[in-house]
Write a protein that binds this ligand. Structure first.
Ligand SMILES: [Mn+2]
Length: 451
């Protein structure tokens, strides 16, 4: 069965991972099908801490959701034969299953070769020749039937695919060869199935459910080739397009986990202690322990329910989560600015806003100059007009905004340089990237373009 991947944004934060895992559980208990929770990037420290404490497996890491050879595999059961099988058995099997091509495998499913119906026919035709030896035909046929698959299988000039090759590469290869079916192997040459020219015509896209984002620039690579079947999110509506109508749940609440937990509760679906803890983690992390202005009464209400179900005390658990973050000295400047970075596009301007949350600003302030330099370099490398780093103090409920890049003056213009430092602006009460920073920048860029 083809799986559906539930996946959050790149540079995944706690909410992204927690909502992917919990929404996967929700789908699994309400819908038919196979669902897999995935991660579009490395897990951060808080997420690792939470998954560890609550005993969850890591989501499947996925770098690219573009169509791969494995997505084109034939759905039906794969029939194969062993090299020591007799021609009689082979003939029976091919007739019974109406096969045109059969792979030959060893005991470990290692791929050895192929037998095609054309090859089998040729053996009979060659042996019977021009028909002059017709009176000897019982003998000739017996000779053929005595042969083994090993004697007749084709091992040379085959076109094989690996499961993680892109569908585009496979397509090119298939168009330049003339076979009907092609075997697919894994990296250890073990047979995983067949693909046919026919599969190529109806390109099978990976099925994806997006959680905690809906903008292309934040989505896993290859998203254009995938089929988005649902979105559950709490961010502004961005630029993704879908072929068909989809289930799109977007509400302005503090975390995606609030929405997912809401679904469990509304539909009276059982939530175990750990799952309740996981969703509570998403809420506490995204709302910065209810201090972020994105926090809504709904987040608090759902968090209360989850406290009850998980046995965790939300503020205490929140402090544990945030103190597991402070690995600041272990991270390089590049790691620090890339850890929770989001890209945005406005017309031809691409910019990025990064955010770290902390209970202690001092180590960040000490490194500010080095961070600015790393940001300058990142702007050049990735073509950002500017980027901002929000160093958010959860206890103080405020953010130091550091900007870099060619157009960084725009950031200083809109947020006002309070004079606390050359590149940093302290913004009291600002905690939310999506509510208090990004919209203001968009508005400024819009005006900038008009004027
Ligand atoms: Mn979120």
């Amino acid at each position: 069965m083809k799986p559906v991947y539930v996946i959050g944004h790149k540079h995944p934060d706690v909410d992204s991972i927690a909502s992917a895992i919990s929404y996967k559980v929700y789908k699994q208990s309400t819908d038919k099908g196979l669902y897999i929770a995935a991660a579009a990037g490395e897990l951060n420290d808080e997420t690792r801490f939470i998954l560890n404490q609550l005993e969850f497996e890591d989501p499947l890491p996925i770098e690219n959701v573009g169509t791969k050879v494995e997505d084109l595999l034939d759905e039906q059961d794969n029939v194969y034969v062993h090299a020591d099988m007799s021609m009689v058995e082979l003939g029976n099997l091919m007739r019974k299953n109406k096969l045109k091509t059969v792979p030959v495998l060893d005991e470990d499913k290692g791929f050895l070769g192929l037998v095609t119906i054309g090859d089998v026919a040729m053996i009979y035709m060659d042996a019977l020749g021009d028909g002059r030896a017709i009176d000897r035909s019982p003998e000739i046929i017996r000779g053929i039937l005595d042969q083994k698959v090993a004697d007749i299988m084709r091992t040379r000039d085959l076109v094989l695919f690996e499961r993680d090759e892109t569908a585009d590469e496979a397509k090119k290869n298939m168009l330049s060869t003339r076979f009907r079916n092609y075997p697919v192997v894994d990296e250890k040459n073990r047979f995983v199935g067949m693909i046919s020219r026919y599969n190529l015509l109806e390109m099978k896209r990976k099925k994806i459910i997006l959680v905690d984002h809906n903008e292309k620039s934040q989505a896993v690579d290859g998203i254009d080739e995938a089929e988005i079947i649902e979105i559950v999110d709490h961010h502004r509506v961005g630029d993704l397009q879908t072929m068909a109508p989809i289930y799109f749940r977007n509400e302005p609440v503090g975390s995606t986990c609030t929405l997912v937990a809401g679904l469990f509760l509304e539909n009276n679906i059982y939530v175990n202690r750990n799952l309740a803890g996981l969703m509570l983690s998403g809420i506490m992390s995204d709302t910065m322990m209810f201090k972020s202005p994105t926090t809504t009464p709904r987040d608090r209400q759902i968090a209360e329910e989850l406290e009850r179900l998980s046995g965790l005390e939300s503020m205490k658990w929140g402090r544990e989560i945030f103190s597991s973050v402070n690995q600041v000295d272990k991270q390089t400047d590049d790691e620090l600015i890339a850890q929770d970075l989001k890209e945005y596009v406005s017309g031809s301007t691409v910019f990025a806003i990064s955010q770290v949350e902390t209970m202690d600003m001092a180590p960040y302030r000490e490194r500010r100059q080095a961070l600015v330099e790393a940001m300058q370099n990142m702007c050049v490398r990735r073509g950002y007009a500017f980027m901002g780093l929000m160093i958010t103090d959860i206890l103080e409920a405020g953010t130091e905004l550091v900007a870099a890049g060619v157009k960084s003056s725009l950031v200083k213009q809109v947020f006002g340089d309070s004079g606390t430092g050359e590149d940093g602006i302290f913004l009291k009460g600002v905690m939310s990237r999506k509510k208090q920073v990004v919209p203001i920048i968009y508005e400024a860029l819009r005006k900038d373009n008009i004027i």
